[in-house]
Design a protein around this ligand. Structure first.
Ligand code: AMP
Length: 309
């Protein structure tokens, strides 16, 4: 079975990267399927002989995990946009299976927000030394606008993500933000997911009532999640409904309660959140309009930005 599957993988028209061209440097994190490493990759760039990449490994996969791996790789090959993490290819000659991505220097957006919030301090020998520098309003809008751009693209491809959250976005140089995970991130943030019998894990805190009640996912349910992403950004990465347990969260959302306005969030931005959290999917804002409004706010006069920046 495995050999047949290996042949299936090889047959596909993806960029195949040779194992000897990948030199692992250090571990970056751990996903549900295996570890993520920083690596050097040779013969990838036409201009440089080697470049830094992030590789996701899939160790000792069973058949169903291999199939998930194949599906994610196919899907990633077809998704290409400035605000979707770049996928370079796979390495399937032997174990572990590897996916190669562009390296995003500052890691996931949730960690980044926490590191640039009011509680973040750089500790030296356990002593606070200095703050990392808090994000200001214009930077928050810039982050949100980029995620919205990536989502406009996903919607244009009729692609429903189902798991949009800051933990699944990545941050690169110069506050560049990309949507960076398509279904392999369920482990380290496991408290963000709710197990609903068997193996299904659901990110209920990011889900609208119709997804929680009827498992209905759509471009409109992704817009709801984007509203929650905005809330995460303006709280420097707090967990939505952090004060509640999973069953209480389900009750709360299905009854129609919504998250409160974060302390530093301007009314105009909270209005966008409320537009994402309309109970009727058809009543929600569309992502194109959200992207435009956020972009315009970001471009607005520096005086305006300085009020809360
Ligand atoms: P994931 O399995 O995608 O959730 O990845 C686990 C962790 O590895 C993430 O939370 C990131 O901190 C890190 N990571 C994943 N992909 C990248 C990447 N392309 N560049 C840098 N760090 C990454």
């Amino acid at each position: 079975n495995r050999i047949i599957f290996q042949k299936e993988l090889m047959k596909q028209d993806w960029t195949h990267i040779k194992r000897r061209d990948i030199i692992l440097k250090r571990e970056l994190g751990e996903g549900a399927f295996g570890k993520v490493f920083l690596a050097e990759c040779y013969n990838l760039s036409p201009t440089k002989d080697k470049m830094l990449v992030a590789v996701k490994t899939l160790k000792d996969p069973n058949l169903s995990a291999r199939k998930d791996f194949q599906r994610e790789a196919e899907l990633l090959t077809n998704l290409q946009h400035d605000h979707i993490v770049k996928f370079y290819g796979v390495c399937v000659d032997g174990d572990p299976l590897i996916m190669v991505f562009e390296y995003m220097k500052h890691g996931d957006l949730n960690k980044f927000l926490r590191a640039h919030g009011p509680d973040a301090m750089i500790l030296v020998d356990g002593q606070p030394l200095q703050s990392n520098g808090e994000l200001g309003l214009s930077q928050m809008l810039h982050i949100a606008t980029q995620i919205a751009s990536g989502m406009v693209y996903l919607a244009s491809q009729h692609f429903v993500h189902r798991d949009l959250a800051t933990r699944n976005c990545l941050v690169g140089n110069g506050l560049l933000v990309k949507i960076g995970d398509f279904g392999m991130s369920r482990d380290i943030y496991s408290s963000d997911y709710y197990r609903v019998g068997g193996h299904t894990m659901l990110p209920i805190r990011w889900m609208p009532p119709e997804s929680i009640m009827y498992r209905k996912f759509s471009t409109e349910s992704d817009v709801w999640s984007f509203g929650v992403i905005l809330w995460e950004i303006f709280t420097y990465g707090k967990q939505p409904w952090f004060q509640l347990g999973n069953n209480e969260v389900i009750e709360c959302i299905t009854q129609g309660r919504v998250l409160e306005r974060p302390r530093i969030c301007p009314k105009e931005v909270y209005d966008i959140m409320l537009g994402c959290w309309q109970r009727e999917p058809q009543q929600r804002l569309n992502i194109k309009d959200i992207q435009k409004v956020l972009f315009a706010m970001g471009k607005a006069t520096p005086v305006y930005l300085d009020i809360l920046g």
